[in-house]
Design a protein around this ligand. Structure first.
Ligand code: F6R
Length: 255
């Protein structure tokens, strides 16, 4: 795993936006795997700014998001479809039909999961999969105890995740307890993976991702099996890495 430690959140976010922009410059018809969450807001703001400057086009790109809440309509202010429209899709030149999220309103969620997996297989592979990290090590909504061989399916969220994401919901507003999420094996099918983690609250998850034993307790540890993962962190999120000096030394020497 390539571990890139940068001084602060802004620099780490800049780096991830640049990695996505480079992918689109090299391959305008790239298939991007996208994530939501607070960490990604700055990444999308930078991509929108680059598009407005005329430096970046999504005209030929296709996107697949990791996950969507079960039971939230695309117009709901906390649906991930709404998040993506608000932070990225409505501000760049991507064709709406080229943006894909799991259907959180499907009458048969199991069938919706199978269809999503089939669509990724037909249009993929995903060239670059962007990931955030849950403080509990989830990627997408693959919560601890998820099968490392999982595919897109319904997952029940942990209490930690419901609490962490409660900050986005109004007081008293019903909050979904389940989501449709790409599985860990779906994520590992991507050609390359870029993970962004910011802040001390992610430090343990970062250390487990890079240095921990691979296992279902920390689902992100499965990324150790992938040959092309770049993990970008700020100093605070790097705080629990035992081999931090080594990663910094490797970065400084271009290895
Ligand atoms: C979102 C997703 C999640 C988030 C993770 C971190 O699509 O799949 O895995 O990336 O929960 O969320 P934030 O960035 O809000 O800390």
């Amino acid at each position: 795993m390539r571990v890139i430690i940068l001084d602060d959140e802004a620099l780490a976010t800049d780096r991830v936006a640049a990695l996505i922009a480079d992918t689109l410059a090299r391959r305008p018809a790239a298939v991007l795997g996208l994530a939501t969450g607070g960490t990604m807001e700055g990444v999308y703001a930078r991509l929108v700014a680059a598009h407005r400057r005329g430096d970046l086009s999504f005209a030929k790109a296709r996107t697949f998001n990791l996950d969507e809440y079960l039971g939230l309509a695309p117009t709901h202010h906390q649906s991930y479809r709404h998040f993506m429209a608000h932070h990225l899709f409505d501000h760049v030149d991507i064709a709406p039909e080229n943006t894909h999220l799991p259907d959180g309103m499907a009458a048969d969620a199991g069938e919706a999961a199978r269809l999503y997996e089939a669509e990724i297989a037909a249009r993929g592979p995903i060239d670059l999969q962007l990931l955030g990290l849950g403080a509990n090590g989830h990627i997408g909504f693959n919560e601890p105890s998820s099968s490392l061989g999982s595919r897109t399916r319904v997952k029940t969220l942990t209490r930690d995740t419901i609490e962490a994401n409660g900050r986005f919901f109004e007081a008293g507003e019903p909050q979904p307890r389940q989501a449709l999420t790409m599985g860990i094996a779906t994520i590992l099918d991507a050609r390359s993976i870029v993970v962004l983690a910011l802040g001390a609250g992610k430090a343990e998850a970062v250390a487990q991702t890079v240095e921990g034993p691979v296992g279902a307790r920390w689902p992100s540890s499965a990324l150790q099996f992938h040959p092309d993962v770049t993990l970008v962190v700020d100093r605070a999120a790097a705080g629990s890495l035992a081999m931090r000096d080594y990663y910094e030394w490797v970065s400084a020497h271009g290895g």
